[in-house]
Ligand binder design. Structure first.
Ligand SMILES: [Zn+2]
Length: 283
């Protein structure tokens, strides 16, 4: 059995996994008020309850840029203070004497979808996550792919509008400025619609909401066309808070785009299941 962990800036989900099945799950708040010491204490607190002699490995999905070969944190934002440079796999080895793997949470989310869907294991898969920003991941035949040309971390910063809105990455017209939760809130405000109700208005046939909806579809098509150039894919999965908020309107959102676009299904467990899949060679 393995302990699988999904470390975010707000909470740490952890669970016991047998084969590919999640048996028990817990959620621990992430202590970010005491720097790295607090984060590490939270991580240990998330793992400890599941530790037993039957546990043979630990698989970690984590926020931040992670070196998947070494299990070290290459970069984390101030949401996880002092976390940059932390050696996740070194800590697991030292504390529990167990082998481990660590992978970025966006990549783990895609692997989580692949883990629960047989068809995806032999396809070229893209995942876009629409939250406060736009995250991305790319995998071919169940393996994460990233090189200079198809750096999935940058899908949200592919330029879809020439001379478009300024982005915090320094460029203009990035997909993130048009498809993130923040962007959609802005469109809603411009149209005088309550931001949390926008997809309910779409479903109810409100013209202003439907106009925004069509604009969003247009932005998604442009983003997918750009991704297809660098990272050819068969299926694109959509996930994240914005997509959850779309409810049944997602089917309409994904239809008629000229690409096979589907909803991500693993939900809250995606990170843990993806880390488990990434560590599948550890028995
Ligand atoms: Zn950008």
């Amino acid at each position: 059995m393995k302990v699988c962990v999904d470390l975010g800036a707000t909470n740490i989900k952890s669970g016991l996994v047998k084969g590919e099945t999640l048996l028990k799950v817990a959620s621990t708040p992430t202590d970010t008020s005491h720097g790295l010491q607090g984060i590490v204490a939270s991580l240990k607190g998330a793992i400890d309850p599941f530790m037993s002699e039957e546990v043979r490995a630990v698989c970690v999905s984590s926020a931040g840029k992670i070196d998947e070969k070494t299990g070290k944190v290459i970069f984390a934002t101030e949401n996880l203070p002092e976390y940059t440079g932390f050696d996740i796999c070194g800590f697991i080895k030292q504390t529990y004497g167990l082998p481990s793997v660590a992978i970025n949470d966006g990549l783990a989310a895609l692997l989580g979808e692949i883990a629960i869907t047989e068809e995806y294991k032999t396809k070229r898969m893209v995942m876009l996550t629409f939250g406060s920003g736009v995250g991305g991941a790319y995998a071919v035949n169940g393996e994460i792919k990233a090189d200079e040309s198809n750096d999935h971390a940058h899908f949200g910063h592919y330029i879809i509008e020439e001379n478009g809105l300024a982005c915090n990455c320094g460029k203009r017209g990035c997909a993130e400025q048009y498809l993130s939760g923040r962007a959609i809130n802005r469109f809603a405000a411009e149209a005088g619609i309550e931001k949390d109700r926008i997809f309910a208005y779409v479903a109810a046939g409100d013209e202003r909401a439907q106009a925004i909806f069509l604009r969003l579809k247009g932005y998604l098509v442009k983003t997918l066309a750009k991704i297809q150039e660098t990272s050819p894919f068969d299926i694109c999965l959509l996930g994240g808070g914005v997509v959850d908020g779309m409810g049944d309107t997602l089917e309409e959102f994904a239809a008629g785009l000229g690409y096979d676009v589907r909803r991500a299904k693993a939900g809250n467990a995606a990170g843990m299941l993806g880390a488990n899949y990434f560590g599948r060679s550890l028995l």
